[in-house]
Design a protein around this ligand. Structure first.
Ligand code: SAM
Length: 291
């Protein structure tokens, strides 16, 4: 296979089709075979797997996926890339379906039901960075059956996803990711592994979805409203953050009582709370407001 991970081959394809990079689509194509191999290995792709690739570009990673997986579905928004994929770089593979769509508009759960009988898939992508969070949260919140999500993201975002209380990177994204999955940073990837070079560092992160949720909470959505309220006003106390939020309507007394029942100091900041504590606080608030 004349891999597109070799920059010479990527340039040849780009010239052949007079392809013009579109900044608005976050187009930075991978040109490093070692990184590609690392992603495939970290995702643990086997011939049993159905893989969803978000944003195949000219098909650089898609070729590796087709070689290693049973079936690949690649969703690409840029219509100019579709003929390159279907008529050229992926034309020799019969185990790939290219869909010209915005991933944020695709009903992925329905797709997995239809194509994989509802069995868990793997998601692999060198993500368009401008929509990293909506893509990942969309997959989690829709409860798409997924084994793992192995993706290239901005380095800082990878760090936020895996940090805990006490770190400056800890925030709503850390808690959301860790509620659904176990994050692991596979590799840091410098800008020269891409064409064109992005002006930020990148990292590959694998999110292995929890089979059984380690944290149980009575109202998932309420917990995430509490988390957002706490981190919207990072420098305020937890009590003030919850009081000031337009997304919440608990009285000041209820909030103070709940924080007291949680067994933490009343002046604690939200950023000091663990995921377990946010879950417990949610359950306490629910119980107090039902009484
Ligand atoms: N996978 C290729 C690679 O590694 O070389 C390309 C990665 S590039 C960082 C991101 C890709 O996502 C681009 O091909 C871009 O056109 C595509 N993309 C951007 N927004 C998208 C969206 N909303 N839905 C689907 N694909 C999108």
């Amino acid at each position: 296979m004349a891999t597109l991970g070799d920059p010479k081959n990527t340039i040849e394809i780009l010239n052949k089709y007079h392809f013009i990079f579109q900044k608005k689509f976050g187009q930075n194509f991978l040109i490093d075979t070692h990184v590609l191999e690392k992603i495939i290995k970290a995702a643990n792709i086997t011939k049993d797997d159905m893989v969803l690739e978000i944003g195949p570009g000219i098909g650089t990673m898609t070729q590796y996926l087709c070689e290693n997986a049973r079936e690949v579905i690649a969703v690409e928004i840029d219509k100019n890339l579709i003929p390159i994929l279907t008529q050229d770089t992926l034309s020799k593979y019969d185990n790939v379906t290219v869909i010209n769509e915005d991933i944020l508009k695709v009903d992925i759960k329905a797709l997995v039901n239809e194509k994989n009988g509802g069995k868990p898939i793997k998601v692999v992508a060198n993500l368009p960075y401008y929509i990293t969070t909506p893509i990942i949260m969309g997959l989690f919140e829709a409860h798409v059956p997924i084994d793992n999500i192995t993706v290239m993201v901005q380095k800082e975002v990878a760090e936020r996803m895996q940090s805990g209380p006490g770190s400056k990177d800890y925030g709503a994204l850390s808690l959301a990711v860790q509620y659904y999955a176990d994050p692991y940073i596979v590799a840091n990837v410098p800008p020269n592994c891409f064409m064109p070079r992005p002006n930020v560092g990148s990292a590959v992160i694998r999110l292995t979805l929890h089979q059984d949720a380690p944290i149980r909470v009575k109202d998932e959505q309420l917990m995430f409203r509490l988390i957002r309220a706490s981190f919207n006003q990072r420098r305020k106390t937890l009590a003030n953050g919850l009081n000031n939020s337009s997304e919440l309507s608990f009285s000041k007394e209820t909030i103070e009582k709940a924080i007291n029942q949680l067994g933490v100091t009343p002046t604690i900041r939200g950023e000091a709370l663990t995921l377990e504590q946010f879950a417990k606080l949610t359950d306490i608030l629910l119980e107090l407001s039902n009484n």
